[in-house]
Write a protein that binds this ligand. Structure first.
Ligand code: DGL
Length: 268
């Protein structure tokens, strides 16, 4: 008979984003924490988050947190830069589970590199408005210079699978300013953006860009261990929910992760 550490915590981990972008984070979590049970929530009804106000986003995230609370999750991963920037501070101590915000976690880990002094960030309008990337990196290294560039066309291009667009304008248009700033690294500060890497790398070397999903997943794995929240039973499963158009979600998910089931529709 198999025996497991009686401290093992089998409760699921909630992972949320406005749509399929957060799957870039889930994919990395599956490689570092494969035993965990996951509930992925794609809020396709409210997409794109990047065009919404801070107040609207706080209300939306509250509803998703209530949904996760009913599912008895042990932690919620904000696999979304926009809600980490706008809703996390307001909601962080109000729920009976751990909350992992993307930007704050990644800044903490990346700031160990004291040689990083010029950083570019491509993100949604709502994220850039808060300057959370700048504030979080400066917390650990006051000398760092951060330039944040909003890319409002990028999430619709990914989620709506738009093919006919002026690439030079839509892709290079946003990159131009940030390249002139001459950063050492550029963070893809929206979980949808890694899908555009093929296009982006036509205008700048791919090595310049960081998809923070891997760093974020490592941060979460360490923290779960540190807080005795790890599930050691080797039977992790994933359940998907979307707040609108589950079939479309399953179709779009393929960009990042092959999923077997059509998500369940969750009314929030
Ligand atoms: N993928 C999310 C992020 O990382 C939100 C994108 C959106 O819906 O605008 O910011």
């Amino acid at each position: 008979m198999e025996t497991f550490n009686n401290k093992t915590d089998t409760r699921p981990i909630g992972v949320m984003d406005s749509g399929v972008g957060g799957l870039t984070v889930l994919k990395q979590l599956l490689s570092v924490c494969p035993n965990e049970n996951y509930i992925y929530f794609g809020d396709t009804k409210n997409l794109p988050y990047g065009e919404k106000s801070k107040e609207e986003l706080i209300e939306i995230v509250k509803e998703i947190f209530e949904f996760f609370k009913k599912q008895n999750v042990k932690a919620v991963v904000l696999a979304c830069n926009t809600t980490s920037a706008t809703a996390y501070e307001e909601l962080k101590n109000k729920y009976p589970f751990k909350i992992y915000p993307l930007i704050q976690s990644v800044a903490k880990y990346m700031s160990a590199d004291k040689g990083l002094l010029k950083l570019g960030v491509m993100a949604t309008e709502a994220t850039v408005k808060t300057k959370t990337y700048t504030k979080e990196f400066k917390k650990y290294n006051p000398d760092i210079e951060v330039m944040e560039q909003a890319c409002p066309l990028w999430v619709p291009i990914v989620e709506k699978q738009i093919k006919n667009y002026d690439e030079k304008k839509a892709i290079f248009g946003y990159l131009k300013n940030i390249l002139e700033f001459n950063p050492q690294k550029i963070i893809l500060g929206c979980t949808h953006y890694p899908y555009l890497m093929d296009k982006i790398s036509k205008y700048a070397p791919a090595e310049l860009f960081i998809n923070p999903a891997q760093i974020f997943a490592r941060y979460i794995a360490d923290d779960l261990k540190h807080n005795n929240l790890v599930n050691e039973t080797p039977y992790g499963n994933i359940h998907y929910y979307s707040s609108a158009n589950p079939t479309g979600f399953k179709q779009n998910a393929k960009m990042f992760l092959e999923i077997d089931e059509t998500p369940e529709l969750a009314e929030i």
